[in-house]
Write a protein that binds this ligand. Structure first.
Ligand code: EPU
Length: 328
């Protein structure tokens, strides 16, 4: 289903942002990145701004990229040049500006780990500013850009820090196994659970990127073929007490504030893998994702299926799942 907005503007220079007559724009104003994490549930009455800045200024270590650069193009280029940093974030859809809003993450790395600087237009002050990532309140898929700063800053460029020094992050489940299977020179972990440094020396950012792409292609729908917004839900963090009540020994790990459990596991236990509502479907291979299986799913079908999943998990486990996808 198509939705529309009152006005759509492509911003192609910082100057345009500065001279924009904000009061004349139909409100509210929202900034669109690649749109890959948004669910438009109805027509939007205001202005949608797309920051189409695609410049690139770089030294070896620091790459400053316009907010509209496709994030995976950055990952691909860094890997091709043998630079470490974003390789575990390969194939995440979306653009660089949104990467810093959402603190995108995958396979043990979050973008905050490689952010060096953020340039943004401050609507409150009417000027461009540099924001230190350390002040952005980064957490699991969140930042102040989504909370107390919402609507204030429009990110125009992001500076990432890269490294020539090898720094593979391999501890997220599945990476080592995939590397072994691909015979990329990584030997299995030895008995005392220490991996061989020598074997890791043969790794390159490109090898990790290819491995991550392989893992993602096995589990996640290809956005070019099947519409989805990636993970539809956040993985819930529960207290020790709630965790102990869950039967079936769920996979889990400790994080600040409690124990994180994969929403995918909870959804699977509720029997929702592959369940459909009209054109919307809980993706059979990764039930954390809701797909537009027919290409014709209505927002109501997606929201209806979301509600069914939330209700089922709450009823069985007393845990409330929260969507990761932003509803507009
Ligand atoms: N699992 C099941 N059943 C399934 C699939 C998974 O029980 O059908 C359990 C397994 O135990 C598995 C665990 O869920 O070990 C974790 O699965 P996975 O590694 O696929 O990760 P996830 O927690 O489901 C998160 C991110 C993904 C990211 C992966 C890898 C969130 C909301 N999602 O998913 O991000 O790619 O980790 O790091 O944190 C996205 O944000 O759009 C996204 C895809």
């Amino acid at each position: 289903m198509k939705v529309s907005c009152a006005l759509y503007l492509e911003v192609e220079s910082e100057q345009e942002l500065h001279t924009l007559d904000w009061d004349a724009l139909p409100g509210p104003v929202m900034v669109l990145g690649g749109g890959s994490n948004l669910l438009f549930t109805k027509d939007f009455p205001g202005t949608v701004l797309h920051i189409a800045l695609r410049h690139c200024e770089r030294s070896e270590e620091f790459w400053t990229l316009g907010a509209g650069v496709v994030f995976d193009d950055f990952c691909a280029q860094a890997a091709a040049e043998g630079l470490w940093g974003p390789e575990n974030l390969s194939l995440i859809p979306g653009e660089c500006g949104a990467s810093a809003v959402q603190n995108i993450g995958a396979y043990g790395v979050e973008v905050k780990d490689i952010l060096a600087d953020i340039r943004a237009y401050d609507r409150a002050e009417g000027r461009f500013v540099h924001i230190d990532p350390a002040t952005c309140g980064y957490g699991y898929r969140t930042s102040k850009f989504k909370t107390e700063w919402k609507g204030r800053y429009i990110i125009t460029a992001v500076t990432y820090r890269l490294s020539r020094e090898p720094r593979p992050v391999l501890d997220y489940g599945g990476i080592r196994k995939a590397l072994e299977n691909r015979s990329f020179g990584l030997r299995p972990q030895d008995d005392n659970n220490c991996h061989s440094e020598q074997s890791e020396e043969s790794l390159t950012p490109q090898v990790i990127r290819d491995t991550i792409i392989g893992i993602r292609r096995e589990k996640l729908p290809d956005p070019a073929v099947t519409g989805s917004a990636g993970s539809f839900f956040c993985n819930p963090v529960v207290s020790e007490e709630v965790f102990r009540r869950i039967e079936g020994n769920p996979p889990h790990y400790e994080v600040a504030g409690g124990i994180k459990i994969p929403a995918a596991w909870l959804i699977e236990q509720c029997g929702f893998k592959g369940v459909r509502l009209g054109g919307a479907q809980v993706y059979p291979r990764q039930p954390l994702v809701i797909v537009n299986a027919t290409g014709k799913a209505s927002p109501q079908e997606i929201i209806g299926l979301e509600k069914q999943v939330i209700d089922a998990v709450r009823e069985k486990y007393g845990i409330t799942l929260h969507p990761e996808v932003e509803h507009v």
